[in-house]
Design a protein around this ligand. Structure first.
Ligand code: PEP
Ligand code: MN
Length: 337
């Protein structure tokens, strides 16, 4: 971290700041320049609040030269992380497809959809039992009973399952769930992040609606710093000025996250556009962009879905999409040979 001092900075104030920082264990390298004097800080500055130092009236600016995330940072972990979700691998060349309904509704719905997803080549079954809905009057999910139906579908198909946990009090029901999903609206629920960080279970961390890359990685850091390093990032579209689509899929997140972090990143084109007809092109764009997987909402009868029907694919549409996804992945491997 570099602290640039204002030209008229009083010596007494600067030395008070220096001793405060030294007491915290930092080594300070002062540099006197023609126009500015700077203090170079050596040590782990992750716990320092740069804005607080910047607010001192004799400080011109504070520049971080190292990112505040450590565990998620590729600099300290050059190899791709590979996350194992009940046998399905994600990252480091392993591609995962999580598919299934937005919400678990009935035994028939979840079983029929799960079987079709498995047959088409999905590697993980998704389904929400606790649903974060914008309106309190909308269907809120089946709760623990929904998770039981998901487990039944897991037994029938052999697919590992991922489901969203919205609150610590719900974690007691997730013992047989292979991967915990932290939804976009909870990306900065730090209490929840810390709690799932104490478990030995993969976590799917969705990007918040307006989260920057750094905020997203800091959310991952919350989980990882508690000991659980099995984190998969999921880009699900962000809020922009565009109103035609539900959200805007940020494809740039793929190469950027691969550069900044070793964690795998998967793409969710269903929640991004909010329209089933956009799922195919956005999925292919994601594969082309180097994503480590996809999360796609599939419903055996989208017109009757209790949640997110307009963005759900029918099983036949998912089946043809999977063929294209597999073909595109193969073509990419061929052309890089
Ligand atoms: C979901 O996966 O059904 C969901 C609610 O996702 P998000 O948190 O991305 O809106
Ligand atoms: Mn949904």
């Amino acid at each position: 971290m570099i602290i640039t001092l204002k030209q008229n900075a009083a010596e007494t104030e600067v030395s008070r700041l220096r001793s405060e920082l030294e007491e915290k264990g930092f080594i300070i390298h002062p540099v006197e320049g023609a126009r500015y004097n700077i203090l170079g800080l050596i040590g782990d500055t992750a716990s320092l609040d740069a804005r607080q130092i910047e607010s001192l009236d004799f400080v011109d600016k504070v520049t971080r030269i190292q990112e505040p995330y450590k565990k998620a940072n590729r600099k300290f972990h050059p190899d791709d992380s590979v996350i194992n979700v009940g046998g399905a691998l994600i990252g480091g060349g392993h591609f995962a497809v999580m598919a299934g309904p937005c919400s678990v509704e009935t035994p028939e719905q979840v079983l029929e959809t799960a079987k079709a997803c498995k047959e088409a080549g999905a590697t993980i079954l998704r389904g929400g039992a606790f649903k974060p809905r914008t309106s309190p009057y909308s269907f809120q999910g089946m709760g623990p009973e929904g998770l039981e139906l998901l487990e039944l579908a897991k037994k029938e198909t052999g697919l590992p399952i991922v489901s969203e946990v919205m609150d610590i009090s719900q974690l007691q029901y997730f013992d047989n769930v292979d991967m915990l999903q932290i939804g976009a609206r909870n990306m900065q629920n730090f209490t929840l992040l810390k709690e799932v960080g104490k478990l030995n279970k993969p976590v799917l961390l969705k990007r918040g609606l307006s989260a920057t890359y750094e905020e997203w990685l800091m959310a991952a850091e919350y989980i990882m710093s508690e000991g659980n390093e099995q984190v998969v990032l999921c880009e699900r579209g962000i809020r922009t000025f565009e109103t035609k689509t539900r959200n805007t899929l940020d494809v740039t997140a793929i190469p950027m996250m691969h550069e900044l972090s070793h964690l795998p990143i998967i793409m969710d084109p269903s929640h991004a556009a909010g329209m089933s007809r956009m799922v195919r092109p956005l999925s292919l764009a994601s594969v082309g962009g180097g994503a480590d997987g996809l999360m796609i909402e599939v419903h055996n009868d989208p017109s009757k879905a209790l949640c997110d029907g307009p963005q759900a694919l029918r099983p036949d549409q998912f089946t043809s999409l999977m063929k294209e996804v597999i073909a595109l992945r193969q073509a990419l491997v061929e052309c890089t040979k």
